[in-house]
Design a protein around this ligand. Structure first.
Ligand code: ANZ
Ligand code: ZN
Length: 845
């Protein structure tokens, strides 16, 4: 027998065996429970580093753990391959985006393979090939038919020098990233998907996801959808008897505190006013120079322009309000016009102080004295009773809101309204490296004609010129020339491509049937595998990707493709891998391998011994060079050690630091495990057999719970405790063997390679990936289980033995799974489940 653990040979050997035996290749099996584990797929930007490893490792652990528990586990991988970086690389390095992308995929796949992930590689998908995007062109045609896609004019960032539309990330400090010219806003006709049609549904769906999704992500989506209940009503102008100005407010109760009215710089009224006032044109241009996003407007100083117009206060006779144009009023929200109540809204207050307008409080906090209560620099937006407000006096805020809405509705001058902050999803991009939008513009029919389905896919032209400004597809000499499918006249293809979030909105379904040439996926297959049971990825996707995918699922359901609403039942957002940063004495970033420790403990540049400054510990990223390459780690320590390191010490949703000491420590531990098994003859006698068996079974019990709860760091700590106890146990060989086998099974999801090796060293002919998860012997779990009563509508229906202090959600799930309980529920959904810990579970149907 070898006397040391040969990690490199061993990891490569087991990876090959898994591959040869097709261990992770799966097909639908109606007799098996399925589990779909998915890590957000990577953008092929280059090589992988250990910072990328963490989220793939987590998905891998879940996949292996569920597999051991008997699930039919789908764990696929692919490439989110369209996007701007490929196009930028094409411009900078004179290579074709397809070539650049393909070579990155080769490099990254090699790295991923090094990691030994339990992936079904036969399902690999790449989104930039027609075999993939042809299906989303079909979806788009379906969406058109279903009224879920439409065209409208909207604002874009326009680079006046390069003559092209810029993505938001190409606008740097208000200037184009390449030309450096100040970016302008321009109106273009663009394609939109009607996500707003599902606003309420997307909001309601968030409730279903409680427990499965992090609360903060659900909250972010809720805020993004931004449901507001309020009132739209009309002001009458003082001078124009026939004209009105419609505003939206969520606080009709504050109307008596109104001291001005403001409209957006993009309001239609402004166009008329500009004609008579050159000064106004300057002001509007200035507004357009500062960015368009709500966040920049929120941060910018509030400015206004007095139009000289006035409106009548609807309830106060002879009171007139001046009409301003204000930079903080967005045309895209509500009616693009507001009334300002400075006492109760901070923006209005800042504005009022600047233009010396009245500040009259109309909501009185409970403990305040009406004679002395004043608003100085901070607007009051808390609860209270209405005062200074005629017929509203004494009412609560909500009663006053209702009263004002009622009066406007009765007078026919306004109505209660629900608004959403959510906007329809603009999917048009004036770029090359994306999926062509399958429509044709016909001058004769004077409309947009969908490409006939039989003509799909509409593929990208390959011979394009990236040196000319503008959209390379639009610049192509012949590509867009076609004939109208309706009338046969010469017509032009749409040259816009889809936003790349389009591809990532449905890839989770394509994995269920990745080779299907006829359609995106087969209905039965998608309904077997999907929705995803556990999705894992970065918090940066909390809103856009995750919201678009939720919308897309609903849209596909509406078009008859699937039978459910939510694509991802559970979501986990992982923390990052962080590392020290280094700079040389010219202030340039250095890679960790360019740096060494000097005698006095400081850092030096290896090449010339010059001093190095130690920077902050930051998220590993290529730009700061604080990355550790995957290949180098695989070579020196192996993947099990790195997997162990990125999951030990900190909880998986927090950041973890990669240090030299850390990886050394993990490597040492791997070797200890190896010695524990490889050098043991299992022929000892005696010892405290009861104590060690209790430890073994307690470990099985606890590690299982930890994996269920995503407490990987805790699971690893317990595995380490168990291996310590086994090392110390100098006794009965059979019991030691029982312990070692349990240990290997428990650590297999985290350290799969060495687990296979040790399992084999123990003489097994089977593989650990095919070995069921261990079950703790309840009789050895001193006080670890409790028997709980389950009542349905107050009647005792069953008892169940569960781990003591079990997570309430899990206890609830276990109770609802009991056959006697299900029978008593008669197929109805539980209305409420109350868990009294360790005693009773009450189900109300
Ligand atoms: C008067 C008022 C008084 C308001 C008060 C607030 C507090 P949410 O909750 O986000 O929907 N508003 C309306 N349309 C706007 C637009 N296009 N651009 C900028 N602001 C706009 O916000 C609704 C509130 O934001 C509305 O209620 C309006 O100001 C403002 F004590 O009306 B409020
Ligand atoms: Zn036509």
């Amino acid at each position: 027998m070898q006397d040391r653990y040969n990690v490199k040979e061993c990891e490569a050997r087991w990876q090959k065996i898994w591959e040869d035996r097709k261990s992770f290749i799966v097909t639908e099996d109606a007799n098996k429970k399925k589990f779909y584990a998915l890590a957000m797929f990577p953008y092929p930007s280059g090589k992988l580093h250990v910072g990328h490893m963490r989220n793939y490792t987590m998905a891998d652990i879940v996949a292996r753990y569920k597999r051991a528990q008997g699930y039919n586990v789908l764990n696929p991988m692919g490439w989110d391959a369209f996007g701007l970086p490929a196009e930028n690389a094409a411009i900078e390095n004179k290579t074709h985006p397809a070539k650049w992308t393909a070579s990155n995929i080769v490099a990254m796949k090699k790295d991923l393979k090094l990691m030994g992930l339990a992936i079904d590689w036969s399902r690999e998908i790449t989104t930039c090939v027609p075999e993939y995007y042809k299906h989303e062109q079909k979806f788009f045609l379906d969406f058109l038919k279903a009224g879920l896609a439409y065209q409208k004019e909207s604002m874009v960032n326009w680079d006046p020098v390069d003559n092209c539309v810029l993505a938001n990330e190409q606008v740097v400090d208000g200037k184009g990233w390449r030309s450096g010219a100040p970016v302008e806003r321009k109106k273009l006709t663009q394609w939109f998907l009607k996500i707003t049609a599902f606003a309420d549904d997307l909001l309601d769906g968030l409730k279903q996801l409680e427990g499965g999704w992090p609360d903060k992500v659900r909250l972010m989506q809720e805020n993004w959808i931004g449901k507001s209940q309020g009132l739209k009503f009309f002001f009458d102008f003082v001078d124009h008897k026939s004209r009105t100005l419609e505003v939206f407010t969520t606080r009709p109760d504050t109307l008596f505190g109104a001291s001005f009215v403001a409209i957006s710089p993009d309001h239609p009224l402004v166009v008329e006013l500009v004609a008579n006032d050159p000064g106004l044109a300057d002001y509007i241009a200035e507004c357009h120079r500062s960015g368009t996003s709500e966040a920049t407007l929120e941060a910018a100083e509030k400015t206004g322009f007095d139009t000289g117009l006035e409106v009548h206060h609807p309830f106060i006779k002879n009171k007139k309000l001046r009409v301003f144009i204000a930079n903080f009023v967005l045309m895209e929200y509500g009616t693009g016009a507001i009334f300002g109540c400075p006492a109760h809204d901070q923006r209005d207050l800042d504005f009022a102080r600047k233009y010396m307008l009245d500040v009259l409080p109309v909501v009185l906090p409970a403990d305040a004295d009406p004679k002395t209560f004043m608003v100085e620099d901070v607007a009051y937006d808390g609860p209270g009773n209405i005062y200074h407000s005629d017929f509203l006096n004494g009412m609560t805020i909500s009663a006053a809101k209702a009263e004002v809405i009622k009066r406007f509705e009765k007078a026919g001058k306004g109505e209660g309204t629900t608004l959403y902050r959510l906007r329809d999803w603009g999917v048009s991009r004036q770029r090359y490296w994306g999926c062509p939008i399958p429509v044709i513009h016909c001058p004769k029919c004077q409309c947009v004609v969908p490409v006939p389905e039989t003509d799909l896919p509409i593929t990208l032209p390959e011979d394009v010129d990236f040196t000319k400004p503008g959209n390379p597809i639009a610049n192509h000499a012949t590509w867009k020339k076609t004939t109208c499918p309706t009338c046969g006249a010469p017509a032009e293809r749409e040259t816009d491509t889809f936003d790349t979030f389009f591809e990532s909105s449905w890839y989770q379904f394509r994995y269920t049937d990745p080779k299907n040439a006829a359609r995106g996926f087969d209905k039965d297959k998608v309904n077997y595998w999907a929705p995803v049971d556990q999705y894992i990825g970065g918090i940066e996707h909390a809103v856009m990707h995750l919201l678009y995918a939720r919308f897309f699922t609903r849209a596909l359901k509406k078009c008859g493709y699937l039978a459910f609403d939510e694509p991802f039942k559970a979501l986990f957002t992982q923390g990052m891998v962080v590392h020290e940063t280094y700079k040389d004495d010219h202030g340039k970033w250095l890679f960790p391998e360019e740096v060494e420790r000097g005698h006095n403990g400081g850092y030096l540049k290896k090449a010339d011994g010059t001093p190095v400054t130690l920077g902050r510990i930051e998220k590993m990223s290529k730009s700061k060079k604080n990355v550790i390459g995957l290949e180098e780690v695989a070579e020196n320590y192996g993947m099990d050690a790195s997997r162990l390191l990125v999951l030990s010490d900190s909880p998986p949703d927090r950041d973890v630091e990669w240090t030299e000491g850390g990886i050394e420590g993990a490597w040492k531990y791997i070797n200890r495990l190896w010695r524990l098994v490889a050098q043991e003859k299992f022929d000892g006698k005696g010892g405290d057999v009861d104590a060690i068996r209790r430890k073994i079974h307690a470990s099985i019990h606890e590690v299982t719970q930890d994996f269920d709860k995503f407490h990987f760091n805790k699971a690893i700590a317990r595995v380490r405790e168990l291996s310590n106890a086994l090392e110390d146990f100098k006794g009965d060989g059979a019991v030691l063997r029982e312990g070692v086998e349990a240990l290997i099974k428990l650590m297999a999801p985290v350290m799969p390679h060495i687990s296979e090796e040790l399992w084999q060293l123990l003489g097994h002919k089977t593989m650990i990936v095919d070995t069921p998860w261990p079950v703790a012997d309840a009789s050895l779990l001193a006080n670890a289980t409790v028997t709980m009563a389950i009542q349905v509508n107050g009647k005792l229906r069953a008892t169940i033995t569960l781990p003591k202090d079990m997570d309430q959600k899990l206890a609830e799930k276990a109770a609802l799974g009991e056959p006697a309980v299900q029978k008593a529920m008669e197929g109805k959904a539980p209305r409420k489940v109350i868990v009294v810990p360790n005693r009773i579970i009450n189900v109300v149907v």
